[in-house]
Ligand binder design. Sequence first.
Ligand code: URA
Length: 239
Amino acid sequence: MDRSEAVLRELKLYPQWGRRNQPAPVVAEQCVPITVEVEAIAPAAVVVPAPQADKLNWPELKQRVRDCTACKLRAGCTQTVFGVGDEQAEWLFVGEGPGADEDTQGEPFVGQAGKLLDNMLLAIKLKRGKNVYIANIVKCRPPNNRTPQADEIATCLPYLQRQIELIKPKLIVALGKTAATALLGRDAVLGSLRGTLHDYCGIPLVVTYHPAYLLRSPLEKAKAWQDLCLAMRARHGEA
Ligand code: URA
């Protein structure tokens, strides 16, 4: 048994199988401005002024996030969690927001969900930090791990947008509904976003389940594997 087969068995994703017919990519006409995205997520949301991040370099952006108090989340968390990995990565994985472990350690996906994410990466022959960058939609832990609110997402999103501009990934994998809807600028059930190649400002984007959801619903791992296969095909220009 080779290593990737062993990993897939561990994930309960073996034997592998894939889709026969790939749906056509959905391509956004242009990069969607943030106010549109927020309204799409929650039409009634109050749109707060978003921090300016569009010209910052890496050190400036990291400092800006570290110093940020632009929304109410910062008061309730230990530290901001900027993101981790290869700053020229081809693969970008985006989660929702830090949990308790991430809040303590200052790094995304270091708890149980992070272990599963690491295994998902291994299953497609990737490794945290090597050609992979991991970030979240919001940089501060929401209280009791609640879903970030629309105004918090709107406030924090420019930081991720700037990270994406600096990284220039070749593929984005949105982990869960919060990441998918924030990046795509429209609300939808996660199931309806899966299985299609989306577009974020010219970068192909694949939607899959959040690893924390997969821990609660292990039977859905097979679908996550399908999504990772789509991501791999997209990365190799075959989707
Ligand atoms: N869940 C997330 O969405 N992000 C993390 O960093 C950890 C758990």
